[in-house]
Design a protein around this ligand. Sequence first.
Ligand code: URA
Length: 242
Amino acid sequence: MRLDKAVSLTGMTRSEARKAIAAGRVSVDGQTARDPGAQVAPEQVRVDGGEPVPVGPLHIMLNKPAGVITATEDRRLPTVLDLLPEALRRRELGPVGRLDRDVTGLVLLTTDGQLAHRLISPRWKAEKLYRARCEGRLTEAEAEAFAGGIELSDFTAKPARLEILEASEEGSTADVVLTEGKFHQVKRMFAAVGHPLVALERLRIGCVTLDPALGPGEWRELTGEEARGLLALCGMDEINLK
Ligand code: URA
């Protein structure tokens, strides 16, 4: 990695990093380094003799509020990355799949592209649990329809579990568990059985449940146990724990 890029991982812009290098504030393996383009091992880089540049994978859970989009940048709308501090925004985090702008709840962000890819690939069958509020009274007929695989205009959804938590003519609340995530899938499944959604929140991806201590817009790093659970689920524990 280029030296200026490594220094920027401490939370600086590239131009701030170059200034810090020019000012002699940066060392590589204990020696002051002056060439911003030099190839370096980031774990050997320190600024002002401080902690080494952070390396290794980073996994974050975030409680996405409505109105924020699951993208890394956008000219008009706030993105999930905008909710993180500057230093973390420089760590090349990418979201695991997407939530619609009006959908709230758990978004995972990771620097591990393979993990992100596997968590959304139906092949690895990582469950996604959503809490849905819909119009009208849900019954076991809808739960059976979800379990049988709902036919949508362009594909048939894989069987999904629907657990009704509360149902009345005014509206119903249910948990739904899927192992795939096509465009607007949950909204379309509920609409297909005649119960348009009023609100949708994601509560779990695989073994990682949204931390109830996180308010809308708040985030935290995954614990080691959570990260290991996700890697194991995706057949990556052997690769990553060597
Ligand atoms: N299903 C939807 O319809 N929207 C989402 O954001 C996620 C799942």
